[in-house]
Design a protein around this ligand. Structure first.
Ligand SMILES: C[S@@+](CC[C@H](N)C(=O)[O-])C[C@H]1O[C@@H](n2cnc3c(N)ncnc32)[C@H](O)[C@@H]1O
Length: 317
């Protein structure tokens, strides 16, 4: 049951996404992070009759929520449990070989964050889990925190959390786990808070540690890199790819991927020119990433760090 303080997930940049992604009526789209189905619904409404969306999510409970939210459009949606990194294979099983658009809205939803039992949030005490695919056999955040050597933990916090106090936090974790295994989000948050000397400012000191562990538990960077390649290979000529990211690490990967495929011709001194970049070729439609309007920032604080980038596959390679 929804309690009054449970924040339902609100899809970010909905209008911006559909305006740039859905330019073909009655097209086929893949929503690789279907979540609660908000973007999928908007894609179907903009694309009109004949539009079809394959919605993928790693989290079975997200698919249940999406199924409910998309009930009215059941004939235009197919939901699949899996990693968007494998979308070529997932789409292939449904007989889809090429699509008009791919959307990735990265990270976790508010519903996942709000569910203490999933262990994503330092604001809610619960088991230190953090797996998006709770039915999978990936290592949990507790496995990593209790078993990895300190140096490895430090590397994760630096690389995926850009945490400046990575070394101190990793050492504190190693010290604390010797007393008793660290099995809850509350205990981990407390350790980080102690290292940081309490809470200062708007951002909780454990934010970056939790982000880093979540990224590592779910191999989010690996999935993103593979998902971008898979998505591009499915795009029909003039098909578009839209990606919403929430931190600089992800945004950099998307930006570089688009830039590499957008490529350019370089003149050679000896005459002629050569292509710099990979094929197939994309046109970048957002030179700078699109962020939320002031209005959206005000009503949905989660949107504040959102960045949307969109690129189109050329008509011919
Ligand atoms: C920010 S939410 C998406 C919300 C959705 N766009 C909406 O409008 O409701 C991100 C979702 O993507 C899922 N997810 C994250 N990484 C994934 C991956 N590699 N493969 C499939 N789903 C993934 C999460 O489980 C979560 O449900």
């Amino acid at each position: 049951m929804e309690t009054s303080c449970h924040r339902m997930h609100e899809s970010v940049l909905i209008k911006e996404v559909v305006d740039l992604l859905v330019v073909k009526q009655g097209g086929i789209y893949i929503d690789g992070t279907v979540g609660n189905g908000g973007h999928t619904k908007a894609i179907i409404e903009k694309g009109g009759p004949g539009t079809f969306v394959l919605g993928i999510d790693r989290d079975v409970s997200a698919l249940q929520r999406a199924g409910k939210a998309l009930g009215d459009y059941s004939g235009q949606v197919n939901l699949a449990h899996g990693n968007y990194a494998d979308m070529v294979e997932i789409a292939g099983k449904k007989g889809i070989k090429s699509v008009d658009g791919v959307l990735l809205d990265l990270g976790v939803s508010s519903d996942q964050l709000e569910d203490a039992g999933r262990g994503f949030s330092f604001m809610k005490d619960g088991p230190l889990d953090m797996r998006m695919n709770a039915s999978g056999n990936e290592e949990t955040a507790a496995d990593l925190v209790n078993e990895l050597p300190g140096e490895e933990l430090c590397k994760i916090l630096k690389e995926f959390g850009e945490e400046r106090m990575a070394g101190q936090i990793a050492r504190a974790i190693v010290r604390d786990r010797e007393k008793e295994i660290i099995s809850t989000t509350g205990r981990l948050a407390e350790i980080v808070e102690r290292v940081a000397g309490g809470r200062h400012g708007r951002i909780h000191p454990a934010t970056r540690t939790f982000q880093a562990l979540r990224i590592r538990v779910n191999n989010e960077i690996g999935s993103l890199e593979k998902g971008l390649e898979n998505g591009l290979s499915l795009l029909a000529p003039k098909g578009r790819m839209a990606v919403i990211s929430f931190h600089s690490l992800e945004d950099r990967i998307v930006k570089k991927f688009f830039a590499r495929h957008a490529g350019k011709w370089e003149s050679l001194q000896a005459g002629g020119c050569r292509w710099i970049g990979d094929k197939p070729v994309m046109n970048i439609l957002t030179r700078r990433p699109i962020g939320p309007s002031d209005e959206e920032r005000d009503v949905n604080s989660r949107s504040r760090s959102a960045k949307l980038r969109v690129a189109e596959r050329n008509g011919k390679d």
